[in-house]
Design a protein around this ligand. Sequence first.
Ligand code: HEM
Length: 406
Amino acid sequence: MSASAHAAPFILAQASAAFAADPYPTYAHLRAHDPVCRQPDGSLFLTRYDDVRAVITDAERFSSDKRVDFLPKFGHTPLYEHHTTSLVFNDPPYHTRVRRLLGPFFTVQAMRRMENSVATMVDDLLDSAADKRVIDIMSEFALAIPLNLVGDLLGVPRQEREPLRNWASLILGGLEPVRSADDLAAGNRAVTEFKAYLGELIAAKRRRGMPPADPDVLDALIRDHDSGDGLSIDEILHNCIFMLNAGHDTTTSLITNGVDLLLRFPDQKARLVADPALLRTAIEEMLRFESPLQIGNRKALVDCEVGGTRIAAGTFLHVCIASADHDEAQFPAAETFDIGRNPNRHLAFGHGIHFCAGNAVARMEASLAFGRLLARFPDFERAGPTIRPPRWRFRVIDELKVDLRP
Ligand code: HEM
């Protein structure tokens, strides 16, 4: 990387498509020279592991509540209502209340119950893929696994799942630092349509009568609401939309980026094929090397210090998980993709009270996807370029053609 590549100050709101394609050299430069990087709007962009971890772990001093900060960006729109009602963008006590209601669906036992249907789905996808030989790993493999899992979790009928992907991209796309008026309008439409759809689904569930046992997440939240003990209908809708989006977009990225990494580092692919016992650490390394959620944020509630810099109460902080996960101070040979890396205390699932509720589910999905893909098609090869959209906050692959070489 040339020094001139970083002659200009780093401004997240002006991020380019080239930066989206490969942000890691910029992050390395910031960690070394400007780890608490001031943005023109007064916010700070944090890139070192210790600083990012310290901030996301300390919910007493660093808030996730976005009601003030999202207003100038979204106005009083459906996107504003959605993001400010999701548990991830709230503090206790509301955050604690929602998290507690969702808890039973993310226990080890609940995950075990999902495992069989995920395994069957992966096998079915690989059966169809074998017939085609060349597939797009995003649309014909990675996406279907988490989309169907979250669809099952919320009781969305199979034949009605098709629009979920597009709604998710448009709604999460609204969080990107660079957005056009058209992007925002499309995101607002997506929230409205998604809400209307879930509203109809709830009405259909009510007409059918609630299942007495084994309710899905939506059933359980409605039951709590009806007993006067739960969330309002708007809170239910927005948290379910968040879960459907967060649960499938990120896991799709983990699987597509993981395949891309195995193709970029054939020695590591060969190592994994030869020793499938490395699958667990390989998935952790994929999460570290290409963290699906790259940039989070918090706001300082009090005057404090981060990374040696004094910060005033009210300062908005961008916490760059992707950079933290490439920090040499925490990960020796951080730019080496090493599927046996251990320890590997990456921050891909966050940390603290907002630690990803679905982390075990995502790990289970990835384990079944990679375990079965590699066992069946160990010789798979690249059949096209890795196509990424200009997104910065999320590490997304739109298309990656693979020849399975059965
Ligand atoms: C590889 C896949 C995934 C990644 C990388 C990921 C990443 C994250 C991260 C970084 C956070 C914390 C955000 C913050 O602190 O501001 C988070 C929160 C969350 N994730 Fe995930 N996630 C993944 C999969 C899933 C799945 C499969 C589900 C559910 C089915 C899910 C549900 C949630 C929920 C409900 C929260 C909010 C937790 C809270 O605020 O307490 N995630 N995720």
